[in-house]
Ligand binder design. Structure first.
Ligand SMILES: [Zn+2]
Length: 118
């Protein structure tokens, strides 16, 4: 398999995984879960692909404490961030209100994420 093709498969596998989970995993958890699907993948490759996906706006990062976590959901949602957890809140009325507020300030939101720190 060509290096390009291998890279595409690795990247697609990581992206699909992040589209499906709602646990906002850290890089180590992603590496361990992807290794089950692609045993030959290295930790460095997973980290590099995660950085690329963030740069391409395919996934987002969230910080909890001093830990970086990843989110591959494409639709806007609200994050409740506690000391040790990140919970998604999908409330269409609240999201609509936020979208309207953003429009009032001449922003056209591509994605809505509100972080509530408790
Ligand atoms: Zn989320």
């Amino acid at each position: 398999m060509s290096p390009n093709k291998r890279n595409t498969i690795q990247k697609t596998t990581i992206l699909n995984y992040l589209r499906e989970v709602d646990t906002h995993p850290n890089a180590d958890t992603i590496y361990n879960d992807i290794k089950v699907k692609i045993p030959s993948i290295s930790r460095a490759t997973v980290y590099r692909i995660l950085n690329n996906l963030v740069e391409e706006n395919e996934i987002e990062t969230l910080t909890i404490g001093n830990e970086q976590r990843f989110d591959g959901k494409q639709h806007g949602h609200i994050h409740i961030i506690t000391k040790d957890n990140i919970i998604d809140l999908e409330d269409k009325a609240i999201l609509r209100d936020i979208e309207n507020l953003a429009k009032k300030h001449n922003h056209k939101p591509r994605n809505i994420k509100v972080i509530v720190e408790v």
